[in-house]
Each structure stands twice: as C-alpha cells, then as structure tokens.
Design a binder for this molecule. Structure first.
Ligand code: ADP
Ligand code: ZN
Length: 751
C-alpha cells in the first residue's frame, strides 16, 4: 500500500511513501505521520491511499502518530478547496483545519497519578506515625489523585511512595481530560413553547434536515436543503430556534456546529447550549472551541468531538473545521460579523467556508443576524438562500426609541465651541436612570483617553514611528500607545519638538478612558465600570464585570465593541452611543454597512426587560443614511439604498474582490514592485472582460509596523477562476528581497 502525504514544511505537492506492514491497519486518510525527507524526519498528513505509485524506491513511513483519522476525509477535501479558493498553499490550509495541539505530540493527553489501595501480601507492615495517617486517608478514599492526597494529607509524594514500597498502595498514571468549564454547575433547561413565527422558522429548518436524512448515504444525490438566512431582530428568539433545530438534528442522529463571533462567545451563550443538552435522551457533551483555550484544552475538546462524545460544537471561526460526523446542521450566528474572516493566511471567511462545507456534507446551514450582510441578503433576494424573518421581539417589549443628537448643535454655546462629551439631553437621561435605579450602557469604539496629542504652537502631532497613525494617550498608564503595533512612549508634559517645548500641549479626541473619567466627575455617587481591553486583562475579569452588572452592582457600563453584542440585561433602559461617526469615515466601501450594523447591535442592548428602552446616538452627521435607517430599525430601507450604490460601483455582492498588498521597509522598492505587478496583471489578464483592476495606490493604512503598503484591487464575478490564475502566475513572479505580496480573496476590510 502507498500513502500520499502532504508535508508540513511548505511545499505545494504530495509525496508517496510505502506503508510498512505493521502499520497498514492504522494508516488512513487524515492520519498524521512522521516520514523521512532528505536527511530529516518531518511531519505530514495522509491525503490519499493508493495501490500503486508512479515513483520507485519509496521510503517507508516511520511512525503513525496519535489515533487514526484525526481529520475526516470531508474536512480534508474542504482544506484543499480552501487552498485553491483563497490562494494559499494546501499545507497552510491543512494547518488551520487541524489545530496545532492535535497535530503535535507534546500536547497530548495529560497524565495524572492516581493512588489506589492494595491489599498487602502477608503481614501488615509497620508504619511510622506520618505514614499511618496518610494510610487512613487512602483507606477512606480507596482511590485518590496523588496531587489531591498530598494536599489534604499535608504530605509529600515521597511519603506516599514509601507506602507503595510496602505494598499498601499502587500509583499509576492515568489519562485525564482537561475541562476548561470543570468548575461550572450546569442547570438543565427545557425547550420553550415557540411563538408562531419561531415555530414556522423551526419547521422550515427541520424539514430540510429531514430531507438530508432521507438522502443519507447517497452522496451523489442533489441536496436542495441549501442554506437559510434567518433575519431576526435582537431578542426575536433566534437562539431558541437554533437550540430546537439542533435537538432535532440530534434526534435524527446528526451532529451540529454553532459558530459565534469570538467576542460574543460569552459564558452566558455557552451556558445556554450546555444546559439544553445536559440531560434527557438527547444528552451530549457540548464542545467549546475558542482562541483562549490552552493547547492542552484544545486537544481534549477536539478528541471529545472526534470520539463522538460531544456532538454539538460551539465556537469561534476555526470551529467550522471541527470533526463532527455525520454533520446535520451548521449555524452561523451574527453572520455579518467581520471577525469571521481570518486576517492571516489562509485568509478564509468562516461563514463562506460553512456554506461550502454544509453543501459538501449535505448538511443544512442557517445564517442568522439582525443585520445580515449585504452579500447574504442579496443571496436571499435572488433565491439562493431561503429567507426566514422574525421581525418582532419575543416578549412584547418594543424596539427601543432611538434619538439622534446633533453634536454640531450641542457644541454651540459651549466653551470654545467644542461640543461637550455628553449632549444635555443624554446627560438628563443618565441622571433619570440613576434616580430610577435603572442601568445605562455607554458605547465608544475607541479605548484610551485621547486619540491624539497636539501642539497648537508648532503643529506637532505625536505619531507612531512605525505606522501612519497618531498615538493614543492612555492616562492611567501615562503612556502614548500605538493601537496598530503597540509601540509605547512615556507621555510628554511639554511639546517634544527641540525648538518648541510648548508646555500647553493639548490632548484631543475621545477614548473610553476619558468618557469614564468625565462620568465620574458628573456622577460622583454612581458606580461606573469601564470595559475594554485595557481594563480586562484576565479572562476571569470579563465574567466578573458581567456578573456585577447583572446583579445591579454597576450603574453605568462604558465600553468598546466588547459590550456591543450578545449581552442580555433586562434592567438596561438607556444606551448612549457617544460618537457614532467614528466608523463612518473609514476609507472602506463597507463603512456605512458597518456603522448601520454597529448602531443596530448596540441599540439592541436597551429595553430587553419590562421597561421600554431609549437610545441616544451622538453624531456630527445626523442625516447620514446609515444613522437614519438605524434610527428607524429599517434594515430593508438601508439595504435597498446601499445595494444600489454597490451595483453602480461593482462592489460586492455584484463582484468579488481580490486585494493584492505589496509590503516592504523600503518604499522605493515597494513602489517599483507594485508598478511592475500592475503591468504583469495587465498582461496576464488581457481580454478578461468582467475584470476591473484598480491601483496601485497606498493602502489606507499606508505604513504599519515599519512596512510601507501599496495595494491593487481586482474585481470580478468569476473569483474561483481568478484565484486559480493568480496562484499560477504568482509562482512565476520574482519579488525583490524584503518585499512581500499578500493576496486576500474576499477581504473583510480594505485597510
Ligand atoms: P435572539 O437570539 O434573537 O437575540 P433569544 O433566543 O436570545 O433571541 O431570545 C430572547 C429572550 O427571549 C431570551 O431570554 C429567551 O429565553 C426568550 N425566549 C425566546 N423564545 C421564547 C419563547 N418562545 N417563549 C418565551 N421566551 C422566549
Ligand atoms: Zn505603530
């Protein structure tokens, strides 16, 4: 037998190896193997088995690692597709598919030592006082982890070893699983009685799952379950529909994957899934995959899935590769989220991969959102996805009333004409909530105190030496910090220009730190908590703050996008968006869409309980469509005007984008290379009629971490073909030293 192996060292082809007889039963597609390569031993993954090889003198596989079949053949072929579509080497795609922790040997099972009682042969040995005491504990427990025994007996491992010498106990190494949620108590939850809208949404999904079951085994049969787009306002009961659809899949013997953005993978969300499947006939483990797991934890979660003990997986982006088999249902919640896109190679979009995977494995996919992406909604409009709508909140609460506050107006009459941080009406509203003992959330999408340091005398602005952005002032740390490369400097007390030295330097622009500071001055008796990556350094912090907020210990929560999503607090009746324009003026065709989504998401935090909610949006551009449609909760209105603009300019969803970025430390070299690249592109793709090539131009972030960045943008409807062609031509392209080219297919942002 021959095994075809993709090696982990970056090479674009497979190699054939012979399978030694003693390994024949253990090698299958997806097995991890160690093989000789030159004078080295390297790791690889078996991608195919064959009877014959065109090559002679094949070397044998040295070793098979781990349990067989770590990747399902389906996921393996998905990796191949990813490599091709996203223009990246298959090995890199394979690395995403199979987490580091599972690939490597060293993060294998954790062994723990277990002490077990033994009946001594012959006479009972004499023991010292200390040994006697430990023996009594063991007698009571019969079996106890060594570590635990050492702790409660206040003893040493050596003392226990002496007991082993005397034949009273046996110490053995046992495999144990790490469980990141080991200390949690899960309370079982029952399915809720659905309202009519939810019920018909569920019926549509479950009947697609049933059609899939009817096809089972027949891979060739066309499967018309396709995909669903579940458009439902926040609080419309989407999650309850997901839970019941998953239960239906389990009943039919199929597993499920639930993708949520990393940021909304809160303990609250995870708990809802765990508790639903913690008891009853559908009982199964729910595996959780996210980036904060230790590699050992990741290894164990992965095995729970592969062995079939966890049939539901909930996780961020990379959970789409979880080896759930057979797969019945894939849910992508908040499908519009930009964070589903991986920013390094392979630059895949987990939502799009989900749709492809589901199609290949004849599974049903549900994309859910209160503010669907233009791409997905367009797909629903033209019948590619089935649209399901949940336009109302479950409880009779109305969507919050949104008021737009014009900061230009609020600025008039203020000192120096500068607008206050809070317009008077927002201030009144906050005061009112404090009086009524209701809670407030204030949102600003920028951390730090001030966004820039400016000398009004000489015009100096503190900029990053490595990036084309200004440094943000963090007052608590007395630092100037770059939010791109994390460069930090001590904040100066006077202008640092040698021939200026003006002591009256000014910090301008807002950050969450300043919002918190101002609030503390305005409301000295209120409990105010800031929540951003500066205040939350440990993973427990997040949970603690949310618990404090839920139990009413905090009156006002100030934060970045960390607080925008997925949180459900009935006592929050006021949400203030401190500066809505921040995301509006980004040089990106999706700026309007992102702003609309963000405003809708943040607004959705208000009024989830008995009292109607109120939202204040502070802005300098009150009549911008993204703000006006968000104010009226009018997704369709926004979609219709935005889609028109996309069509005129041939932006997605009317074309797909390939973004080519050339980077290097020497600007001349970068410019030369990108100009040359443009000429080559014109040659390669001469006569390609629907292809639009724009650029080169400096990237919106023209310099980052010391690298100059120039871009060329390609747009076409035929992206699969374009990415294949690009990969082919890229190999012939010779780049100067220290200049790199990255290709991003379907970029989520143009920065
Ligand atoms: P979404 O995911 O759309 O934001 P959720 O599923 O979280 O909505 O539902 C919002 C709230 O309404 C939750 O507290 C949930 O428990 C509750 N809920 C959902 N469906 C029902 C129902 N059919 N009956 C009663 N309460 C429900
Ligand atoms: Zn920087």
């Amino acid at each position: 037998m021959i095994a075809r192996v993709t090696l982990e060292i970056a090479l674009r082809r497979d190699f054939d190896y012979s399978i030694p007889e003693e390994m024949v039963n253990r090698v299958e597609v997806g097995s991890r193997v160690k093989v000789p390569f030159g004078s080295r031993q390297v790791m690889g993954v078996v991608t195919a088995l064959a009877d014959h090889s065109p090559h002679t003198n094949l070397k044998p596989i040295t070793k098979v690692l781990g349990e067989p079949g770590m990747v399902t053949p389906e996921v393996l072929s998905l990796a191949r597709w990813m490599g091709e579509y996203y223009c990246c080497p298959v090995e890199l795609a394979l690395k995403s598919v199979l987490p580091e922790a599972v690939r490597r040997e060293k993060d294998g099972w954790r062994e723990r030592l277990l002490v077990r009682i033994q009946t001594p042969v012959g006479e009972f040995p004499t023991l010292t006082k200390r040994q006697e005491m430990i023996w009594r504990i063991i007698e009571e427990w019969r079996e106890i982890p060594l570590q635990e025994l050492v702790r409660i007996g206040e003893t040493t491992a050596d003392t226990v070893r002496r007991l082993e010498d005397k034949g009273l106990v046996k110490i053995t190494a046992e495999r144990s699983e790490r469980d990141p949620y080991a200390n949690e108590v899960v309370v079982a939850s029952e399915p809720l009685v659905l309202n009519p809208r939810q019920a018909s949404a569920l019926a549509a999904i479950t009947s697609a799952v049933d059609r899939r079951v009817a096809l089972a085994g027949d891979r060739q049969a066309p499967f018309t379950g396709g995909a669903f787009l579940l458009h439902g306002v926040t609080g419309s009961g989407k999650t309850e529909v997901y839970l019941q659809a998953l239960a239906h899949s389990l009943e039919r013997g199929l597993g499920g994957i639930v993708l949520v953005p990393e940021i909304s993978l809160t303990p609250q969300t995870v708990e809802r899934f765990k508790s639903r499947f913690s008891s009853g006939p559908l009982r199964t483990l729910v595996a959780v995959l996210h980036s904060h797991l230790s590699s050992g934890e990741r290894h164990d979660e992965w095995h729970k899935i592969r062995s079939g003990r966890a049939r539901i997986v909930i996780g961020a982006r990379s959970a789409i590769f979880a080896p759930v088999s057979p797969l019945g249902l894939v849910i992508v919640d908040e499908e519009h989220e930009g964070s589903y896109k991986q920013e390094e190679s392979p630059r895949y979009h987990a939502r799009d991969v989900a749709v492809v995977r589901a199609q290949r494995e004849q599974a049903v996919v549900v994309l859910g959102s209160a503010t669907p992406s233009l791409e997905s909604y367009h797909n629903a409009q033209r019948g590619k996805y089935t649209l399901i709508e949940l336009p109302d909140r479950v409880t009779d609460t109305k969507l919050p009333l949104v008021r737009v506050l014009d900061l230009r107006e609020a600025g008039k009459g203020g000192k120096g004409g500068a607008p206050p941080i809070f317009a008077p009406r927002l201030r009144e509203a906050i005061t009112q909530r404090l009086e009524r003992r209701e809670q407030t959330i204030l949102f600003l999408n920028r951390r730090g105190f001030s966004s820039s340091l400016l000398c009004e005398k000489c015009g100096y602005v503190a900029g990053c030496p490595n990036c084309s952005v200004s440094l943000t002032y963090h007052r608590a740390a007395q630092q100037l910090l770059c939010h791109i490369c994390a460069h930090e400097e001590i904040a100066p007390t006077k202008c640092p220009q040698p021939n200026c030295g003006n002591p009256a330097i000014r910090y301008s622009g807002l950050g969450t730190e300043r919002v918190e500071d101002t609030l503390k001055k305005l409301y000295p008796h209120a409990t105010i908590q800031r929540m951003d990556s500066d205040t939350l350094k440990h993973k427990e912090d997040y949970r603690r703050v949310l618990t404090d907020f839920r139990t009413g210990k905090i009156d006002i929560l100030v934060g970045t996008q960390m607080i925008a999503k997925g949180l459900h607090f009935p006592n929050v009746t006021l949400v203030g968006i401190v500066h809505a324009d921040l995301s509006l003026h980004l040089p990106d065709f999706r700026a309007g869409e992102r702003t609309f989504q963000l405003l809708t998401q943040v607004s959705g935090r208000a009024g989830r309980g008995d009292v109607e909610g109120e939202v204040f949006v502070q802005t300098f551009t009150p009549f911008h469509p993204a703000i006006q449609y968000a104010r009226r909760h009018d997704f369709l209105g926004f979609y219709e005007q935005e889609i028109e603009f996309r069509e005129q300019l041939q932006y997605p969803p009317f074309a797909r984008i390939a973004l080519l970025t050339v980077k290097g430390r020497n600007e001349d070299k970068v410019k030369f290379t990108v100009d040359h690249l443009r000429k080559e592109l014109d040659k390669w793709f001469a006569g390609w009629r629907d292809l639009i090539i724009a650029g080169p131009a400096p990237a919106p972030l023209a310099r980052a971490e010391g690298f100059f960045r120039y871009q060329i943008m390609l747009r076409t409807k035929a992206m699969s073909r374009l990415s294949q062609e690009l990969a082919k031509h890229q190999e012939t392209l010779i780049l100067p030293d220290e200049v790199t080219l990255t290709i991003d297919i379907d970029p989520a942002s143009l920065s």
